[in-house]
Design a protein around this ligand. Structure first.
Ligand SMILES: [Zn+2]
Ligand SMILES: [Zn+2]
Length: 464
């Protein structure tokens, strides 16, 4: 933090401290896990005993610091809110992990560990040669680029790079994925000697996937692909379902998938396909060198779920007017990709290329899964919300009992009435609040790292 900013933050902290509600403020910020851009709410909630009209409890934000309640923004982009992005990454980790090792509490039996499953990576094809770091040594340009060099992933010859193909490919990547899953089911059915309709009586294929940008600005997908029995994770897969069969079917389905694009006045007809590099690795419970471990897959996918919400060197918010592009300090390659989205916008009116230009054309979800894979992110958020609501309920019940009011648990639901009104009152943090929030986020991160280290130590011990 620059010195003036730090000084402003300390001054502001002194102001907050003088106001006398610093502990309450810290408590609020802790409940948002140190969200960098909380939403401010003003309002009240009153719990009334309906038959008598007695007010059992009233909560209003005028008793809160600054007369407002701060709630987490929930943004999953780390550049907007590191704290909420981390919560999202954590949810994704548990989601992917539950699909791999099972989780009774989330309704995924641990027998899924014996189902054939792989970690597959599907990439975009080449749109023209780019600077890279080949194993053999020098890039095609003759230079040995150091790791992290900004030149990596940019075209050797920008004039000949197929920018139109690149952004159209990103834009249709979710459709390519959808078609890939259809081919995959078909190929598996054929290998098992079944028709596509019969297939669903024997097996189900489930997916948990994330999208990520490569340095060249092309989207690629990492996916956990698993074969279950006909009823999903809780049923045993048929005997013909093996990792080798799944591996073969993924490769052949990826080869066959395509999305044709008709020609437009400015762009010739195109056939969009996956790149030839399809990586498929079996997933084992514990590492034996040849396969990737469950824990590694879950951490990998979670890491990319938030990292990929930000296109490499791109813009973290929507561009609404073309001239806004100039206001961003972007590398040439990224700028050209974004400009191409605007150039082609009227050629493909239903593709909303300009609208998604900050995502280099990509309009899909960064992490998604088939219903059978495991619990959903929504369900995880609900578990957390339920937990908080239960705590709040228990606190309230205790307080009412202490005041000699009726036991909340004995009141039929029909006899209680909730009156509430909430209004948006702004967002963000003052410099002093930011300092507090950053401290909270740091502490949480420290605890998480310690917990992760402990669990990988345990996993290692079990392996030995
Ligand atoms: Zn946030
Ligand atoms: Zn090079």
């Amino acid at each position: 933090m620059p010195a003036e900013q730090e000084y402003a933050a300390v001054l502001d902290l002194a102001r907050l401290s003088a106001r006398g509600d610093l502990p309450q403020l810290a408590h609020q910020l802790r409940r948002t896990s140190g969200c960098a851009n909380p939403i401010h709410l003003q309002g009240f909630r009153t719990l009334v005993h309906a038959p008598t009209g007695q007010i059992l409890h009233r909560y209003a934000t005028d008793t809160e610091p600054g007369h407002r309640l701060r709630v987490a923004c929930g943004n999953r982009r780390a550049s907007r809110c590191p704290s909420c992005a981390r919560t999202y990454a954590g949810d994704t980790f548990h989601l992917i992990r539950a699909g791999l090792v099972g989780d009774q509490a989330k309704g995924v039996p641990d027998s899924v560990r014996s189902h054939p499953r792989v970690f597959a990576t599907l990439t975009a094809p080449s749109f023209g040669p780019v600077h890279n770091r080949p194993q053999s040594g020098a890039c095609r340009c003759g230079t040995r680029h150091p790791d992290g060099s900004p030149v990596l992933g940019t075209p050797l010859d920008p004039e000949r790079y197929d920018y139109a193909h690149a952004v159209l490919w990103n834009n249709h990547a979710p459709e390519l994925w959808r078609r890939f899953t259809i081919y995959l089911r078909r190929d598996l059915a054929r290998a098992a000697g079944l028709t596509s309709t019969e297939f669903s009586d024997h097996a189900r294929v489930s997916f948990g996937k994330v999208a990520e940008y490569q340095r060249r600005g092309a989207v690629h997908f990492h996916a956990v692909i698993r074969i279950d029995g006909p009823e999903g994770a809780s049923t045993a897969p048929p005997p013909w379902a093996t990792v080798a069969l799944l591996d073969r079917a993924i490769r052949s389905a990826a080869r066959r998938t395509f999305v044709p694009l008709a020609q437009t006045p400015a762009v010739p007809a195109l056939v969009l396909r996956w790149g030839t590099q399809v990586d498929v690795r079996p997933i084992r419970a514990f590492g034996d060198g040849s396969a990737i471990t469950e824990l590694a897959v879950a951490s990998y996918v979670a890491k990319y779920a938030t990292k990929s919400a930000e296109a490499t060197e791109s813009i973290d918010r929507r561009i609404t007017e073309r001239h806004e592009i100039a206001a961003h300090d972007l590398p040439d390659h990224t700028r050209r990709l974004i400009e191409t989205c605007w150039d082609l916008d009227d050629q493909y009116p239903d593709r909303k290329l300009a609208h998604w230009s900050h995502m280099i054309g990509f309009r899909g979800h960064f992490s998604s899964k088939s219903p059978a894979y495991s619990t959903t992110l929504g369900a995880l958020r609900q578990i957390r919300a339920d937990f908080r609501a239960e705590q709040a309920h228990a606190d309230l019940r205790d307080r009412l009992l202490a005041e000699g009011l009726p036991d909340l648990d004995d009141l039929p639901e029909a006899e209680t009435l909730v009156l509430a009104h909430w209004a948006y009152a702004g967002s963000g943090l003052t410099p002093g609040e930011s300092l507090l929030a950053a401290g909270i986020t740091e502490q949480l991160e420290h605890n998480r790292t310690a917990a992760r280290e402990e669990s990988s130590r345990l996993a290692q011990e079990m392996e030995e």
